[in-house]
Design a binder for this molecule. Structure first.
Ligand code: C5P
Length: 234
């Protein structure tokens, strides 16, 4: 059974590339992230195929609109069978609460397990120099996380650098999903607030989202297995 703390980001626009990577990773990876590049390109095909392969799916479409629109959008996405859906915390308490309440009610009415609903805090690509908020980034992240929890969400997406303060503020059952993962020595790309896989887990992350360090590796399976060994060693 693959360690489901590793979620591999399928940032492709061709379905053939998805199949190649998922087949190459085989039983070492069980959880995948479908984001806007893939979803906008191939629609539901990739999600449907991943389900036939018994893979878990984080559908990372980062909804951000008025409460009624986001809640309705999430209910449509729930029918695709993803395990995790998300919204932007910047959409506010009412947007998140409306979304969480409606998703729960629709899941109950349909007799299905509600997907986890998590909120994007501050993107991991943003650094302090670029940030123009009134609070420090870490303070804003914690405030977003507390608001998401109060609104009934299951967790947040945040930088691994903020995982520890979120865990302290929101408790042990709150999910923390961290992109911005870079094994020692790998390229940072457009990310800023990064950490190694081991540090992210030590700081309290439940799931690590990893894209380029695996996708762009000469041998993606080796790269994934090294990350898995690192997190299993904690
Ligand atoms: O290639 P890399 O490992 O940087 O990919 C990270 C993935 O996580 C991307 O798909 C990106 O969209 C996503 N993500 C992120 N930061 C967030 C939320 C999602 O990097 N705050």
């Amino acid at each position: 059974m693959a360690d489901e703390r590793l979620i591999v980001a399928l940032d492709f626009h061709r379905f053939g590339d998805v199949k190649n990577l998922v087949n190459a990773l085989g039983d070492s990876v069980n959880f995948y992230k479908v984001g806007m590049e893939l979803f906008y390109s191939v629609g539901t095909i990739a999600v449907d195929w991943l389900k036939t392969q018994n893979k878990k799916i984080f559908l990372d479409l980062k909804l951000h609109d008025i409460p009624n629109t986001v809640a309705g959008g999430l209910c449509s996405l729930m029918n695709l069978g993803a395990d995790i859906l998300n919204v932007h915390a910047a959409g506010g308490y009412t947007m998140m609460k409306t979304a969480a309440d409606k998703l729960r009610a629709e899941a109950d009415a349909a007799g299905i397990v509600k997907p986890k609903l998590i909120a994007i805090t501050v993107l991991t690509s943003i650094n302090q120099a670029e940030w123009c908020g009134a609070l420090k980034i870490s303070e804003q992240v914690v405030q977003f996380a507390k608001t998401a929890k109060a609104a009934g969400l299951d967790g947040v997406v945040a930088s691994p650098q903020e995982a520890a303060v979120i865990r302290e503020a929101c408790g042990k059952d709150f999910l923390i999903v961290t992109p911005g993962i870079r094994p020692a020595g790998s390229s940072i790309d457009d990310q800023s607030r990064i950490s190694t896989p081991a540090a992210a887990i030590k700081n309290g992350a439940n799931y690590l989202v990893v894209g380029r360090p695996i996708r762009a590796a000469e041998n993606p399976r080796d790269a994934a297995e090294k990350i898995l060994a690192e997190i299993e060693g904690i």
